[in-house]
Design a protein around this ligand. Structure first.
Ligand code: HXC
Length: 260
């Protein structure tokens, strides 16, 4: 598929989706949203693709937020009646059951920070900058930032970030558990692809189940989450890839996965 605001490519079993409006610091317009919905659906539907990376083009930004120029003329009724921002959750996060990583190469502000936090985890370049500066525009996070940032870094830091609108650098983001790993800027995509390829080499059904379990820690009580984990474990135990994985271990060889 060819898109106007994003680029997609595949590298083996890894899909790379690049936000591509560098002159607007990859701001997330409604066209970007529509195209991301299609790109993520295509990734989810393609059995040959087992991990995805989302990143930003150019050296400066992952995404500097929702498109302010597009939002500036909208009335409250437009946002409310369109349930603006809801499709990020309903059509990207919920429908993408396979793993995806955000490779944050610069500014990840507002909706950009929120999009990065929708990913399963974040790898950041050492010049990445995260923030929820919406308060300075008279609004607030609208794509999950107040919830995901708080769960990631805790109340005190999330509250301070949202109330001051300040940016957090990569080192602080790693220390605060917002990102899984920080790497030198020039090595970001090499590292992201290496990590994605490693995930893509795992038994695919187990990858989906592992993702589902960890996400359940956000949604369920401890007791419910532990039951859910056990049930998924028991389902995986009946898979062909479990048989193969354990046989391969015993025979000291690499497993060959069927994804069943
Ligand atoms: C539209 C944007 C944009 C955005 C930057 N640009 N961010 N366009 N929406 N979110 C555009 C600028 O207008 C400019 O276009 C070009 O990108 C380069 O940006 P500069 O500001 O000139 O770059 P610089 O001086 O280096 O500053 C970088 C920056 C700054 C610190 C990241 O651009 C910035 O503060 N951006 C806005 C960040 C923000 O507030 N994000 C949250 C958005 S609200 P021109 O045409 O002038 O060259 C949100 C959710 C809101 O995400 C929920 C509401 C319901």
């Amino acid at each position: 598929a060819s898109y106007e605001t994003i680029l997609t490519e595949t590298d083996g079993a890894v899909t790379i989706i690049t936000l591509n409006r560098p002159k607007a610091l990859n701001a997330l317009s409604s066209v970007v949203l529509e195209e991301l919905i299609k790109a993520f659906a295509a990734y989810q539907a393609d059995d040959s693709q087992l991990c995805a990376i989302i990143t930003g083009s150019g050296d400066k930004a992952f995404a500097a937020g929702a498109d302010i120029k597009e939002m500036s003329d909208k009335a409250a009724a437009d946002f409310y009646l369109d349930d603006f921002f809801s499709r990020w959750t309903s059509e990207i996060v919920k429908t993408t059951r396979k793993p995806w990583i955000a490779a944050v190469n610069g500014f990840a502000l507002g909706g950009g920070c929120e999009l990065a936090m929708m990913a399963d985890f974040i790898i950041a370049s050492d010049n990445a900058k995260f923030g929820q500066p919406e308060i300075k525009l008279g609004v607030a996070p609208g794509m999950g930032g107040s919830q995901r940032l708080t769960r990631a870094v805790g109340k005190s830091k999330a509250m301070e970030m949202c109330l001051t609108g300040r940016m957090m650098g990569a080192e602080e983001a790693e220390r605060s558990n917002l990102v899984a790993k920080v790497v030198p800027h020039d090595e970001l995509m090499t590292e992201a692809k290496k990590t994605a390829a490693l995930i893509a080499s795992m038994p695919p059904m187990a990858a989906i189940a592992n993702k589902e379990m960890v996400n359940s820690a956000y949604e369920m009580t401890l007791e419910q989450g532990i039951v859910q984990e056990r049930r998924l474990f028991q389902i995986l135990a009946a898979s062909e890839d479990k048989k193969e994985g354990m046989a391969a271990f015993v025979e000291k060889r690499e497993g060959k996965w069927t994804g069943r």
